[in-house]
Ligand binder design. Structure first.
Ligand SMILES: Cc1cc2nc3c(=O)[nH]c(=O)nc-3n(C[C@H](O)[C@H](O)[C@H](O)COP(=O)(O)OP(=O)(O)OC[C@H]3O[C@@H](n4cnc5c(N)ncnc54)[C@H](O)[C@@H]3O)c2cc1C
Length: 394
């Protein structure tokens, strides 16, 4: 019997493949629901994702396993709206929005040369072997800086856009992961499911089968052949898969956790006014990085008015009123009637370090998986789960 600890995306994916391969397994999860870091709270007519997240149906692991049509996905516009010091201007991808071709020839941000460089970069990324990513041994910051973009397009668009994905300001994240993400945004698009981001793990939960998951079981100790829970229960296990976060995994393995964490805070507001379906980037704020009008993209996110999500990078959190004052600097009168709803502090959003293909076993019959063993994304978490399931099925 295989025992998987953790019903996050990696543990669920591992279970889904084990089930397909006819291997017996049980997943034990400490909380009462699937998804780990991918979760949505449905409250007062709103769908609050725990931190701003988007789903890309073109991820290779998603295409391999999920039936994305079941998720009722709605797309953001490609590109972004960027605050240029005076107003928001859009940066569009003319291949996805042909009507914007003239703007590309005379862009409001950056130069025509920047657009050609973006095109060149997308062609280079298209040639990447996305099934076998390797570290580039170069930071995303240094890669982008060395690519020859103008300071304007870097500071107003590329840096804030990537900061919002990597949740770090210095962009030390490996350039190989940046190229993968850039490729995914070119091949696919950012979407929101009709039931909120939690629909993704719920879809996986159906594939795994609810009877194969035990919720509200927190593992306190693992031994070679058995697992001990905080409620005192014990179960035998031939093979143990640690699909919990790296901190807990290191504890169980008696090791020092070297992965680290990246944090974010998301503040939700209601707006009586609708906005465009872009991601709005705020390059020069020390409090907020990006804003999205979720229910203008996916109507189901709000019963009335627009659900606005405002995100900051790092652990510092602020009062809703402080964030609203900050938004007023950029949205002016457009946000005068916003009302603060709720905020979420996500102390562990992404692993600070990750290494491709590091899932596996360090102790006989005890294996570990998770996004930090590939790259910090839904795709990375799914890939680690699939690769281990394939190994256990041999
Ligand atoms: C705010 C935010 C934004 C993000 N944005 C995106 C995005 O736009 N696109 C993208 O691709 N990815 C995004 N990600 C990353 C993506 O969500 C993660 O990479 C992925 O969900 C990680 O899954 P996992 O299985 O590795 O880990 P986790 O989700 O952390 O799962 C670990 C599970 O183990 C359980 N567990 C821990 N300890 C125990 C124990 N002792 N006993 C039993 N169970 C235990 C936990 O409760 C949890 O369910 C984002 C993440 C966050 C938080």
């Amino acid at each position: 019997m295989v025992v998987i600890i953790g019903a996050g995306i990696s543990g669920l994916t591992c279970g889904a493949y084990l089930k397909k391969n006819g291997i017996d397994f049980t997943i034990y999860e400490k909380s009462s629901h699937p998804g780990g870091r991918v979760h949505t709270e449905a409250n007062d007519g709103y769908l609050y994702d725990l931190g701003f997240q988007v789903f890309n149906p073109m991820y290779p692991e998603v295409k391999r396993l999920l039936s994305t049509w079941k998720l009722g996905l709605k797309r953001f516009n490609s590109g972004a709206k960027v605050f240029n010091g005076e107003k928001f201007v859009s940066i569009d991808d003319p291949r996805k929005s042909p009507g914007t071709i003239f703007k590309t020839l005379r862009p409001e941000i950056g130069t025509f040369r920047d657009r050609m460089k973006l095109y060149k970069l997308s062609k280079e990324c298209k040639k990447m072997d996305i099934e076998n990513l390797q570290s580039a041994n170069q930071s995303t910051h240094d890669f982008l800086h060395g690519y020859g973009f103008s300071d304007e397009i870097l500071d107003l668009f590329l840096f804030p856009f990537v900061r919002g994905i990597f949740l770090e300001k210095k962009l030390n994240t490996d350039a190989s992961f940046f190229k993968f993400v850039f490729r995914m945004f070119n091949d696919g698009y950012a979407t929101l499911p009709k039931g909120g981001m939690k629909s993704v793990p719920e879809h996986l939960e159906k594939m795994v089968g609810k009877k194969n998951i035990q919720y509200n079981y927190e593992v306190s100790k693992i031994k070679k052949d058995k697992i001990v829970f905080t409620n005192g229960a014990q179960v035998p296990a031939d093979k143990i898969v640690l699909a919990c976060d790296p901190e807990v995994t290191s504890e169980f393995l008696g090791q020092v956790n070297k992965v680290g964490k990246k944090s974010t805070n998301t503040y939700y507001f209601n707006s009586p006014k609708s906005f465009d379906k872009y991601l709005y980037l705020i390059p020069d704020s020390d409090k907020i990085n990006h804003v999205a009008f979720l229910s203008d993209v996916q109507r189901k996110y709000s019963k009335s008015g627009t659900l606005v999500s405002v995100s900051s990078i790092g652990a510092s959190s602020f009062k809703g009123a402080t964030i609203l004052d900050e938004c007023k600097k950029y949205f002016g009168d457009d946000c005068k009637d916003w009302t603060f709803l709720k905020s979420f502090k996500i102390s562990y959003a992404l692993p600070a370090k990750f290494s491709y293909g590091s899932e596996g076993d360090q102790v006989k019959n005890i294996y570990f998986i998770g996004d930090y063993t590939q790259d910090p994304s839904v795709n990375g978490a799914m890939k680690s789960g699939r690769l281990l399931a394939e190994k256990l099925s041999r």
